[in-house]
Design a protein around this ligand. Structure first.
Ligand code: AHG
Length: 335
């Protein structure tokens, strides 16, 4: 192997970025390293899913009334345990837990960050070998250092995000994360067990040709949304329609494609789900932060996702997200 390697690991990259700020304490870099460690452990288990008796419904029902798979529980526990041992995490909120978990040992009480995550998104895809993912975001707490963190630290607007990211367990495993300095992607190099910089300074194309939605819900949508979907399917040479339709049912996978290739992803409100299906804190905020830092848009249809002041840990919101021009067109048609 050439010792003058060109590979840059995620740790080297976060350290390089933090050196650009004189006040940086390196705590955010440590948290990102810990999250990447947890995701490597999850990845190992995801890769074995077809081989061991860890596949299938676990029988328990999560706080949204959905059946949990064993891998969801595994991923949740790994993230909680790694972050509990982290030097810099005061507490977590997870899509799989009813309430926040406070880390109240003497060291964690002094930590200035809290982390929210969806440990394994798209879990209905596990037993068909399609891509699934982990989504996370990091906030600076608002309660005083030295005290236990509270719900107030988690119920912050998305525009207060310090860093957000996802890991996609797909044909290769990739971690993409965003800070105010931009969005970068790291592919897991299995031979050294490290995420290595592979997609530098990711920008979401301003336009695209793919729309991503559960089209089976069309009859439950309001007429304006139905017209928008009809517009996506219409033949128009000038606007290069009809668009292609792609929908895996795993937000991380559908949005990863949207960010890289351009497109729009939507999960609107419908007659069965007045606020849509996806969760503000664990899915919509982190994904909107990443997409906006890459130059795209994340909206509920009437306001930017990142401007919402959350009122509940498990709040749901409608979402229209992706390439700037495509989301703007959708918003114009449904307003
Ligand atoms: P889950 O983790 O329970 O499988 O939910 C996945 C989420 C999200 O990732 C995806 O975009 C959406 O739910 C799919 O929902 P529908 O099956 O209703 O389309």
């Amino acid at each position: 192997m050439n010792p003058n390697r060109h590979l840059m690991t995620i740790d080297e990259f976060t350290i390089y970025q933090s050196r650009q700020f004189s006040q940086s304490t390196g705590e955010l870099s440590i948290l990102l390293r810990d999250i990447s460690l947890a995701c490597k452990l999850i990845n190992k288990q995801v890769n074995k899913a077809g081989l061991v008796d860890i596949l299938g419904a676990h029988g328990a029902v999560n706080v949204q009334g959905e059946e949990q798979m064993k891998l969801d529980i595994f991923a949740n526990e790994v993230l909680i345990n790694v972050l509990r041992n982290s030097a810099d995490c005061a507490g977590i909120a997870s899509e799989e837990n009813d309430d926040i978990i406070v880390f109240d040992d003497a060291h964690s009480l002094q930590s200035k960050y809290v982390v929210m995550f969806d440990p394994l998104d798209g879990s209905s895809n596990i037993d068909v070998n399609a891509s699934i993912g982990t989504i996370f975001c990091i906030y600076k707490r608002v309660t005083p250092l030295g005290t236990p963190c509270t719900r107030e630290d988690f119920l912050q607007k998305g525009n207060k995000t310090m860093a957000a990211g996802y890991v996609i367990y797909g044909s290769s495993t990739m971690m993409v994360y965003a800070t105010q300095l931009g969005v970068n992607g790291f592919t897991l190099e299995p031979s050294i067990g490290e995420f290595c910089l592979s997609h530098k300074d990711i920008k979401c194309p301003v336009d695209g040709k793919i729309y991503s939605v559960n089209q089976g819900n069309t009859n439950k949508l309001d007429p304006k949304l139905q017209s928008y979907l009809a517009y996506c399917m219409e033949n128009d040479k000038e606007t290069k329609r009809p668009y292609s339709h792609r929908y895996i049912g795993s937000m991380v996978a559908d949005l990863h494609r949207t960010i890289i290739k351009g497109g729009i992803f939507l999960y609107p409100a419908d007659s069965s789900n007045a606020s849509g299906k996806l969760r503000l804190l664990y899915e919509c905020n982190p994904m909107s932060y990443i997409v906006e830092m890459a130059g795209g848009i994340g909206s509920t249809g009437s306001q930017p996702i990142l401007d919402i002041m959350p009122t509940e840990l498990h709040q749901r919101v409608p979402i229209f997200i992706g390439s700037k021009n495509m989301v703007e067109k959708a918003l114009e048609m449904i307003s």
